[in-house]
Design a protein. Structure first.
Length: 473
């Protein structure tokens, strides 16, 4: 057919049982040495078990996730979490995932934006067609291209190509002008990773004289601890992992480095550099999290709103705060005040976890919280928020004395230091249309909050309805 081997993927079918894994590995190795790529179909179904995937570590280029798992991923928390884990595991093994059975736009969005998927297969794009039509086929996809994350970048080692029969002193001569610490040594298709620093310091004058006129392949065989065969070294895909996930790989490595693979390119990342990145990222994350609730702070909230706006997702913003919290704090003390804020944070976190693909919760500060909701209509959102606020009120009742609970209010001082009655467990919330204009969101929120707080007891203002909905205990 005139196709180059690197454009051909040989696929292991799920309908045939693998009786001899070692024989399969040797067969795969043979075809890969010729330049072919290898994939495994419908992992988790038929005879293609997860165990087979693990046993073929470093032998596969692609893995296909079956329709049973992919179809409906946008509506199933279990499917989403399973695919998320399988995607990360596959990428850590250097295997690129393909998602089969994609038929719904919502599934495409979830896979593309949330799981950072690159390769799809399914009727959403096209049904099977003759080869002659594929050449002219133009898929009608309206998704906005996502902004790729800034993945960790490693250093690309130098490449030195020599004949296996070349004498060792030839390599030593080349190393004199080498600026990089690590280099790949290519001996007729066999590649080795070499730490030039260790090589230089390990070779005393006696060893230099001993190996000086020896063939390179002989020296490499005798100094295998210095010439590391690339096929025996584990590597990971930086596209799969965030920095914290890389830390575990780093600490378990017996080397001073980790290898990163992006496509056919292999990069090297030194331990110290990776640790520096980790601590910077960790410090940034900890600084932004609210110390009381551990919820994302203003920087993360802003980034999330910008991300949704760039993706042209239709979303709503719910601002929520506790009424008369200062008076509660002054009356009951700061300890109970802190415990109340923690309780709200925990309650909202659980609300987010019920549907993590559609909800994002942040802590603006004090008793102010925000919920971002990915929906294109308010009817269901209103029901969910009313139920949320009603249940949250019940949780907060435990912070008041028996006497105050029985009479439905507590006595405290207002901002003018006057004693007055305040409703217990009262919450104010506003539901606004999402916008990338944070200043506009803030102004609209402040405007409608005044209307809500004028009500006695809990209430929700819905911008789409231009209506205040009251919520009883």
């Amino acid at each position: 057919a005139g196709l180059r081997p690197e454009f051909v993927v040989l696929e292991l079918s799920e309908v045939e049982r693998v009786k001899d894994v070692e024989l399969l590995k040797r067969a795969i190795g043979h075809y890969k040495s010729l330049g072919f790529l290898v994939g495994i179909d419908d992992i988790g179904t038929g005879y293609n078990s997860l165990q087979l995937l693990l046993e073929l570590d470093r032998h596969l280029d692609f893995v296909k996730f079956p329709r049973e798992l992919v179809n409906g991923v946008s509506r199933s928390k279990i499917k989403y979490q399973l695919l998320k884990v399988l995607t990360e595991v596959s990428l850590q093994m250097g295997i690129r995932p393909i998602y089969e059975g994609v038929e719904q736009e919502e599934d495409v969005k979830t896979l593309y934006y949330e799981l950072k998927a690159h390769l799809f297969q399914g009727f959403y794009f096209a049904k099977p067609m003759p080869a002659a039509e594929i050449i002219k086929f133009q898929p009608g996809i309206t998704l906005k291209v996502r902004e790729e994350e800034e993945y960790i970048q490693g250093e690309i080692p130098a490449l030195i190509k020599l004949d296996p029969k070349e004498k060792f002193h030839k390599l030593l001569d080349l190393l004199e002008n080498l600026q990089k610490r690590y280099f790949f040594l290519d001996l007729d298709r066999k590649k080795y990773l070499v730490d030039s620093w260790k090589l230089k310091y390990s070779l005393n004058q006696k060893l230099r004289n001993l190996f000086y006129y020896k063939d390179l392949e002989e020296v490499v065989g005798k100094l295998s601890s210095l010439f590391m065969n690339l096929e025996d070294l584990p590597y990971i895909s930086p596209e799969a992992l965030k920095i914290k996930s890389l830390l575990e790989e780093l600490l378990s490595s017996s080397h001073d480095f980790v290898l990163l693979k992006r496509g056919q390119e292999i990069q090297i990342l030194e331990k110290q550099h990776l640790l520096d990145i980790f601590y910077k990222e960790l410090s940034k994350e900890l600084l932004d999290k609210n110390p009381l609730t551990q919820l994302p702070g203003n920087a993360a909230i802003r980034e999330k709103i910008e991300e949704l706006s760039k993706r042209e997702e239709y979303f709503y913003v719910c601002y929520l705060d506790l009424d008369n919290f200062k008076a509660f704090n002054d009356t009951y003390g700061f300890y109970l005040g802190d415990q109340m804020i923690k309780k709200v944070g925990l309650f909202l976190s659980l609300f987010e976890k019920e549907n993590p693909n559609k909800r994002f919760v942040g802590h603006i500060g004090g008793d102010d919280f925000i919920i971002l909701l990915l929906e294109d209509g308010t009817s269901r959102l209103i029901e969910e928020l009313l139920e949320l606020i009603k249940n949250l009120q019940k949780e907060l009742l435990a912070f008041y004395s028996q006497e105050d609970r029985e009479r439905g209010y507590f006595v405290g001082k207002d901002r003018e230091e006057n004693l007055r009655e305040f409703p217990i467990a009262s919450i104010s919330a506003v539901l606004l249309k999402g916008s990338s204009d944070l200043l506009d969101l803030s102004k609209r929120s402040a405007k409608y909050k005044k209307l809500v707080k004028a009500q006695r007891g809990s209430a929700l203002f819905v911008e789409d309805l231009n209506q205040i909905l009251t919520i009883g205990l």
